[in-house]
Design a protein around this ligand. Structure first.
Ligand SMILES: Nc1ncnc2c1ncn2[C@@H]1O[C@H](COP(=O)(O)OP(=O)(O)OP(=O)(O)O)[C@@H](O)[C@H]1O
Ligand SMILES: [Mg+2]
Length: 233
């Protein structure tokens, strides 16, 4: 289980995350939503070790991740797909995918997993020998997600995976997220598309200016109406 306790993230005098606590269990999809600048990406970056928290703790199965490098944290099975394009532009699609398999504990199944993903994301199969930098933004986004999945993460941190994708591909991303739950992966999903993310997630947290303003299970949130107020008013 991923456990974040009283996390604070600051950039100089800007406090981006103020005392956030959250958990993600294996096989659980957890949504983290909030307006632009609410601190969602900062939270994921702190979990992945990309930014150092000002205070608070992050643990995976009781092991503290604080002060560790992003590479060390990735090897523990936490995979981050950051906002925007995150592919190696001069490497081909196939080479990018191969890099994703390097962190895998079980190398034997890498080829099989790659084939399965190429079937899932047909555009990547079509462009497997094309440099990733030549793909469209949405195609690069698919490649970034596929590469993260190939590392066989225990916990997957997705930062706005549907950004810039055509509606059909957005559907595919949400389908993949639901499948990961069946496979026992814990997913922390950051989405601008808040209502859809909350609908797919088992539990959700709502951030406003770095602070937690609402949290609950899908049932709780659908009943109390506050979420709709926060987003529709
Ligand atoms: N590298 C940085 N340096 C300075 N301030 C930053 C940095 N990154 C983020 N911030 C600030 O921290 C706050 C939270 O930003 P963050 O990117 O975590 O928000 P977010 O919820 O992911 O927003 P968005 O929906 O726009 O992606 C914002 O006020 C932002 O301007
Ligand atoms: Mg963000």
């Amino acid at each position: 289980m991923l456990e974040v306790r009283d996390l604070h993230v600051s950039y100089g005098s800007i406090a981006a995350v103020k005392g956030l606590s959250l958990t993600v269990s294996p096989g659980e999809v957890v949504a983290l939503v909030g307006a632009n600048g609410a601190g969602k990406s900062s939270t994921l970056a702190a979990i992945a070790g990309v930014v150092a928290p000002a205070s608070g703790s992050v643990e995976l199965d009781g092991v503290a991740l604080g002060g560790r490098t992003p590479e060390w944290i990735a090897r523990q099975g936490i995979s981050l797909v950051p906002e925007g394009r995150d592919v190696f532009a001069s490497l081909t699609v196939a080479e990018n995918l191969h890099l994703g398999t390097i962190a895998r504990a079980d190398r034997d199944s890498a080829a099989e997993a790659t084939d399965r993903l190429l079937a899932r994301f047909p555009v990547l199969d079509r462009y497997r020998d094309t440099p990733a930098g030549k793909l469209s933004g949405g195609e690069q986004q698919q490649l970034a997600i596929a590469r993260a999945l190939l590392s066989a993460p225990g916990i997957l941190l997705l930062d706005e995976p549907s950004l810039g994708l055509a509606p059909k591909m957005v559907d595919l991303v949400f389908e993949v997220v639901a499948e990961l739950r069946e496979e026992g992966v814990g997913v922390l999903l950051v989405e601008q598309n808040a209502l859809r993310a909350v609908a797919v997630a088992d539990r959700s947290y709502v951030l406003r200016r770095g602070e937690l303003v609402l949290a609950g299970t899908r049932e709780e949130l659908s009943q109390d109406g506050q979420l709709a107020d926060l987003y529709l008013s």
